[in-house]
Design a protein around this ligand. Structure first.
Ligand SMILES: [Fe+2]
Length: 258
């Protein structure tokens, strides 16, 4: 993998079959991507939440053959620009069916999309939201907010589930090659090997035994044990909490006290 860090929050990465640009879209450091199949010039755009002009210009500079607009999950910072990007460069919209945008190809995992000389494989990766999906093109997987490097998306949303997130770590990611590249919804990319070795939450997910608490905090007015802490992409950290009802939740450090 070669990387060139450019100006304006744009990073270019190339492997033998695929070249991609990662755009940092906003102050929350949400990522959007333009992906090219190097053999045919087919393009896909992932999570056009903002910077639509920049994403469109990059696609046009790469020949403009946009086949797919891929949405990982329905939070606005990932999909608010879907209508605008389609109006600019075309492409069929792929994503969870409940999105606030017109979906041409609703997906829930298990689908394969033609992408020039390659395929885009869709996996269900619930956790941060119930209908989150990830898109795999060769060794690249766009995972949305399922993962932040050595951390995680939060799971305290209405339809979020730490149990589903941990099941997905075991059932989808544990068997992938270590050098599989994981493109996160916010912050820098990672690899399966790095995450399995050093993600504090994945360690809990992949452990055979129930983890011992590493501390205690107050959450929603009650003392609760912390099972793991992880450093986040924005300089903060997240906590994995074990709640009185027996469930686990991943929350930003700002949500807990003490
Ligand atoms: Fe999100």
């Amino acid at each position: 993998m070669s990387e060139v860090c450019g100006s304006d929050g744009v990073e270019l990465t190339a492997t033998h079959g695929v070249t991609l640009q990662r755009f940092v879209l906003n102050s929350m450091l949400t990522n959007g991507f333009v992906v090219r199949d190097n053999d045919t010039g087919a393009l896909a755009i992932v999570d056009p939440g903002d910077r639509i002009d920049d994403l469109a210009r990059a696609a046009e500079e790469w020949g403009g053959d946009v086949r797919w607009i891929l949405v990982t999950h329905c939070h606005p910072d990932h999909c608010a620009g879907v209508g605008q990007i389609v109006a600019r460069v075309g492409g069929e919209v792929v994503g969870p069916p409940a999105g606030p945008y017109r979906v041409d190809r609703p997906v829930s995992g298990g689908e394969a999309l033609d992408f020039g000389a390659r395929s885009i494989l869709v996996s269900a990766t619930p956790g941060h939201t119930a209908d989150s999906v990830s898109y795999q093109i060769d060794e690249h997987i766009f995972v949305g907010d399922f993962l932040f490097r050595l951390c995680s998306g939060r799971t305290d949303g209405e339809d979020a589930s730490t149990t589903e997130l941990f099941d997905t770590v075991r059932e989808v990611f544990d068997d992938l090659p270590d050098d599989t590249i994981l493109w996160c919804g916010h912050g820098p990319p990672s690899t399966v090997g790095e995450e399995k070795a050093a993600n504090p939450f994945w360690r809990v997910a992949l452990s055979e035994t129930h983890p011992a608490p590493v501390g205690e905090v107050r959450y929603r007015g009650k003392p609760v044990p912390v099972l793991a802490w992880a450093e986040d992409y924005d300089g903060g950290r997240k906590a994995l909490l074990h709640l009185p009802d027996g469930s686990n939740v991943i929350v930003p450090g700002s949500q807990v006290a003490g």
